[in-house]
Unconditional design. Structure first.
Length: 158
């Protein structure tokens, strides 16, 4: 089940696709007012994406690619880097805990877990747990389901 910010974003994309120019500006204002989030219209946001605390404080680069069943905690930043073109490609079943920062055109592999308050600037292999500033691999070959927040477990996307 999608949470409110995902529904809101999908509605804005439908209206934006109909060339209603003011929709983008209105969406940006309402998104920041209601959710304090910056998720650009046009971003391909899968229905299975879950935002912790309805995306409170989340910022996502407009070129980010998200896989299915991604959990994004509050205060997460997925952005670019001034000296590198592109944005992150995030695989399926990825868990990004609160406060994590992902910068640059990097790849986050399927089933990876990003620990809270980590700063990720390099590729993360599938099934890895990374944490720290800068993020380092803490464990490999993990089961991402062991690291899902309770809200995601209740929805049981698998």
């Amino acid at each position: 089940m999608a949470n409110e910010i995902v529904r809101f974003h999908r509605l804005a994309n439908v209206l934006g696709a109909r060339k209603l120019a003011p929709v983008r500006a209105i969406y940006a204002l309402l998104s920041r007012a209601f959710f304090t989030a910056s998720i650009p219209v046009g971003l391909d946001l899968p229905r299975s994406t879950i935002f912790g605390h309805n995306g409170f404080g989340v910022i996502v680069n407009k070129r980010t690619r998200l896989g299915d069943n991604v959990f994004i905690g509050s205060h997460v930043v997925i952005g670019g880097q001034p000296d590198r073109d592109g944005a992150a490609a995030i695989g399926n079943d990825v868990v990004i805990h609160s406060g994590a920062k992902i910068f640059g055109p990097i790849s986050i592999g399927d089933g990876a877990v990003i620990a809270a308050n980590s700063v990720v600037t390099k590729d993360v292999v599938a099934g890895a747990l990374v944490g720290g500033t800068p993020a380092k691999t803490l464990r490999e070959c993990i089961d991402h389901r062991d690291f899902r927040p309770n809200a995601w477990k209740r929805n049981d996307l698998k």
